[in-house]
Design a protein around this ligand. Structure first.
Ligand code: OSB
Ligand code: MG
Length: 368
């Protein structure tokens, strides 16, 4: 598979509803897409870097510059046996995992078309349908949040995750549990607490949560291990797990009992698979996180979620929750049982809508 050229492009897409976390509110997304051109086949992927350096230090501008100046030049012109091989070529660049993942995953996508295989099987997937949950942001009022939860439960989603932060936590969880005592419920703090909040965090144990996601600093493992020993609720790490070594450290230190795998955060499918395998070996369940993706990133999350240790519902939900019109066809839909099936077709099973993408493009550059 010769990599003849790589196109990077940016789209602007308004979100249907704002999405608020402890680090801020988003009303729209700057979407960075990577297309690899390999001897008649194309591969597409989405870079999940945000509009600003808030979830992590990466954002659209760093990803764009790092791809253009360093990552794309490391693979363009090369002949690769697989998408996986690109990871080694890009390893001279430190960090910038979201930028790396976009390029590596586009190459896996191209490989799946070249080999006429489903991407999910190429990744080692076994499940023929995946379990879906939703992540619900901080709202303007408690009533608004309860209404949103009701809508998503009615749609069939198997797990509800709510964003929390100091001032939007215990009261909210009390109201949710009063109305729905038995649903699968979790919360995500995106690093909003500190070890000095221990007595406050202990109160989360009353709500029988499936997990509390990333309560402390985004780069911490050690303090999470100390916190986990004090809590009944299982800690899930998201931001802290950037590579398989972090997962190894977290599992061995007992910093978490569940791992959120985001393929962008960890630098691509090969590292995501390595983390999956490590967690499986240690009997730690994983689930697939989301980054408000368009259908292109979403389709990749679906493929990854078919690996057997994705034992908990992921943040992989329907296109229509985010977009008036998605950039893939068919759009991503979730069954009334809260699942997405995968099929025996080459690629992801979702076609890229190139005309719509061209209309939404605000800048584009092709590197040969
Ligand atoms: O921490 O999981 C997170 C969105 C943006 C940044 C961080 C996170 C999220 C989500 C959204 O929770 C999940 C989704 O894409 O539906
Ligand atoms: Mg998270």
């Amino acid at each position: 598979m010769k990599v003849e050229a790589v196109t990077i492009r940016e789209l602007r897409m308004p979100l249907k509803y704002f999405f608020e976390t402890s680090f801020g509110r988003s009303e729209s997304r700057r979407v960075l897409l990577v297309t690899v051109h390999c001897e008649g086949v194309e591969g597409w992927a989405e870079c999940v870097a945000g509009d600003g350096p808030f979830f992590s230090y990466e954002w659209v501008e760093t990803a764009w510059a790092t791809l253009r100046d360093f990552l794309v030049p490391a693979v363009v012109g090369a002949t690769l046996a697989s998408g996986k091989e690109s990871a080694e070529r890009m390893s001279r660049v430190r960090g910038h995992n979201m930028a790396k993942a976009a390029l590596e995953n586009a190459l896996w996508d191209a490989e799946s078309h070249q080999k006429q295989q489903p991407l999910w099987k190429l990744l080692g997937g076994k499940l023929d349908e995946i379990a879906c949950g939703v992540s619900i942001g901080i709202q303007d009022s408690h009533e608004q949040l309860l209404e949103k939860i009701e809508t998503e439960l009615y749609a069939g989603y198997q797990r509800i995750k709510v964003k929390v932060k100091p001032g939007w936590d215990l009261e909210v969880l009390t109201k949710i549990r009063k109305r729905w005592p038995r649903i699968l419920l979790s919360c995500d703090a995106n690093s909003a607490y500190r070890p000095s909040d221990l007595e406050h965090l202990r109160k989360f144990d009353d709500f029988k949560l499936l997990m509390i996601e990333q309560p402390l600093w985004d780069d911490d493992i050690f303090q999470h291990a100390k916190l986990q020993r004090e809590l009944k609720t299982r800690i899930c790490l998201d931001e802290s797990i950037r590579q398989v070594r972090d997962a190894e450290e977290a599992v061995e230190l007992g910093a978490c009992r569940i791992v959120n795998i985001k393929v962008g955060r960890v630098g691509g499918f090969s590292e995501a698979i390595a983390i999956h395998d490590l967690c499986q070996k240690h009997d730690v369940p994983v689930w697939c996180g989301g980054m408000l993706e368009t259908g292109i990133g979403r389709a990749h999350n679906i493929a990854l979620s078919t690996l057997p240790n994705f034992r908990l519902p992921g943040d992989v939900s329907a296109s229509k929750r985010y977009w008036a019109e998605d950039i893939v066809a068919p759009e991503i839909e979730v069954s009334s049982r809260g699942t997405i099936p995968v099929h025996d077709v080459a690629g992801t099973g979702y076609q890229v809508k190139t005309e719509l993408i061209q209309k939404l493009t605000v800048r584009v550059e092709t590197i040969r």
